[in-house]
Design a protein around this ligand. Structure first.
Ligand code: HEC
Ligand code: HEC
Ligand code: HEC
Length: 459
């Protein structure tokens, strides 16, 4: 044999051996396992916890000189954007996985962006082969069907990351009637000028369309007011999640010195108690009478009626193909392709998780350059509640229902148009430069999210 053919043969043998080994280590999980167990095994083989958990399991070469700085960076970045431990725990224990976690893992594995290629190069069992991808998709579908049933959607849309809004949210309608009165009652403010509706107008999509809301004595707040519509679907309330429930949330504004400015709920109870007719009505539903607990409970029950089903998008998901235009349908595909539906998932298209603002590019640095506006307390986000450094700049993802009407955008209200809000999301959250035409189609799609309240479209 010539020397060159010997070399060639050797190369072929080595490649074949590598291929056989690669297939052997890169086995898909056994079909005998449950959907959750199969997904868990793929995540474990994929080394996801090595970069996406608070206590990364370092690989053996992690302390080698070059590897150290590279791996350190990936682990730091990986954990900053996504903590996979709640999902792994749920899969291990057979408990309910997060809807956003399912959307994230499904998206990152089906577009092959994870695990990072540098990692798969060294960890042969980790990469997501075609067979594994099918298993991941099937497992996500099974888990969604089990934990997030979607009976309203047409069969072909049963496995979407976004679900239609239901027609009603469970509530007590007698209490809601009282809550509606209180919601519009300026006696909840110290000088009788401000009600909840001042900043969350029912006729203005539940917002005030101001960058910062104007409270008592014309004082300005430090963050933009989110809408009250569909807030019942949020996992917590406020940008920083400091209220666990709607009732707890409703206890905040009356005592907030820049919002409604009361000293205490006793002051509010005393004022309302002078109104004999109201007290009588109130006692017929709450025999225990007026108190912070009953007032905020009634308001919360009213807020549960503030939901906006039957947007064109909901009708489309329910099977009416003509409810959205071609551009809107394309916009929805792009919305998923750009990864928007990983954070803006579920019925309210958000409101289910805290996310780092600027996970792919530094939003706050750019804002300072462009708008000359430095950091504020409101920018700290979730950190203000936990003091954990990872939580700085992390916000409850806003829901996108009726988003066309709820300008200006972001927690700082610094973005005036929806086009800019979408373009910037692509840059800072998805890490992609978006074309004008894709951006317009997504904006068009977001226009299809305007729903109906009491049978009339919001406007
Ligand atoms: C070597 C470290 C590393 C491993 C292993 C890894 N990731 Fe990542 N992951 C990252 C980094 C870094 C980012 C931030 C985005 C980027 O820089 O590409 C990220 C981003 C993500 C995101 C955010 C989604 C997005 O598109 O913004 C998800 C979800 C994710 N990874 C899931 C996984 C899953 C599931 C696995 C296991 C199959 C995995 N990752 C394995 C480092 C890693
Ligand atoms: C002066 C304006 C103002 C008044 C009055 C006001 N709010 Fe708000 N509301 C805001 C702002 C600003 C935020 C965001 C604050 C934050 O996240 O830190 C907010 C947040 C909320 C949220 C959370 C929504 C979400 O997605 O996190 C709800 C619900 C809400 N308000 C309901 C009410 C109710 C009920 C009242 C009356 C008891 C009320 N608000 C009074 C300005 C106001
Ligand atoms: C990693 C999670 C994540 C991804 C991916 C993501 N978003 Fe967001 N989105 C957020 C968070 C968090 C905010 C709030 C940011 C802030 O207030 O500073 C937000 C805010 C928005 C807003 C403004 C809403 C309001 O009421 O202020 C729009 C519109 C929006 N996103 C659309 C999109 C679109 C379109 C995409 C895809 C191109 C996308 N998002 C991708 C998390 C995400």
């Amino acid at each position: 044999m010539k020397k060159s053919s010997k070399i060639l043969l050797a190369v072929v043998v080595v490649i074949a051996a590598l291929a056989v080994t690669y297939r052997a280590v890169n086995k898909a999980p056994s079909a005998d396992l449950s959907a959750g167990e199969q997904l868990l095994q793929i995540l474990e083989d994929g080394g996801c916890v090595e970069c996406h958990s608070p206590e990364p399991k370092m690989p053996f070469y992690a302390n080698w000189p070059v590897a150290k700085s590279l791996i350190g960076k990936h682990i730091e970045k990986g954990y900053a954007v996504f903590d996979i431990t709640p999902l792994e725990e749920a899969l291990e224990n057979g408990t309910k996985p997060g809807e956003v976690d399912l959307a994230k893992v499904g998206h990152s594995l089906s577009d092959c962006s994870m695990p990072l290629p540098q990692y798969s190069l060294v960890h042969w069992g980790s990469s997501i082969t075609g067979a594994k991808k099918n298993i991941v998709n099937a497992a996500v579908r099974t888990l969604r069907a089990e934990y997030y049933p979607n009976p309203l959607a047409a069969p072909e849309f049963a496995d979407e990351p976004v679900r239609p809004l239901p027609d009603t949210y469970p509530h007590d309608s007698l209490k809601a009637v009282l809550g509606e009165m209180l919601y519009h009652d300026t006696r909840l403010s110290a000088d009788g000028t401000i009600s909840c509706a001042t900043c969350h107008g029912i006729e203005t999509a539940g917002v005030d369309n101001k960058r910062y809301s104007e409270g008592i004595g014309g004082q300005l707040g430090g963050v933009n007011a989110p809408t009250v519509f569909n807030s019942a679907f949020n996992f917590v309330q406020f940008w920083d999640g400091r209220a666990a429930t709607l009732a707890e949330q409703a206890g905040g504004p009356p005592l907030n010195p820049v919002e409604m400015g009361c000293e205490s709920f006793d002051e509010i109870v005393a004022r309302l108690s002078e109104d004999r007719a109201f007290v009588k009505k109130f006692r017929s539903v709450y025999p225990e009478g007026l108190s912070q607990a009953t007032i905020t409970d009634a308001i919360a029950e009213y807020e549960k009626t503030l939901i906006t089903p039957d947007s064109p998008f909901d009708l489309y998901l329910k099977g009416d193909k003509s409810a959205m235009t071609e551009n809107q349908i394309e916009g929805y595909s792009l919305f998923k392709e750009y990864g928007c539906a990983t954070c803006h998932a579920g019925e309210n298209m958000g409101g289910l998780s805290y996310e780092l603002m600027g996970q792919r590019d530094n939003y706050f640095e750019d804002r300072e350059l462009v708008l000359k506006s430095g950091l504020t307390d409101g920018d700290n986000g979730r950190w203000a509640q936990t003091g954990i450094e990872r939580d700085r700049y992390r916000f409850k993802t806003p829901g996108l229902r009726n988003v066309t009407l709820t300008w200006p955008y972001y927690h700082d209200g610094s973005v005036a148009t929806l086009e800019d809000a979408v373009r910037m999301m692509a840059k800072y959250q998805s890490g992609r430069k978006i074309s004008d035409s894709d951006c317009r189609k997504i904006v068009d799609f977001l226009g299809a999210l305007t729903g109906q309240y009491e049978g009339e479209p919001l406007f």
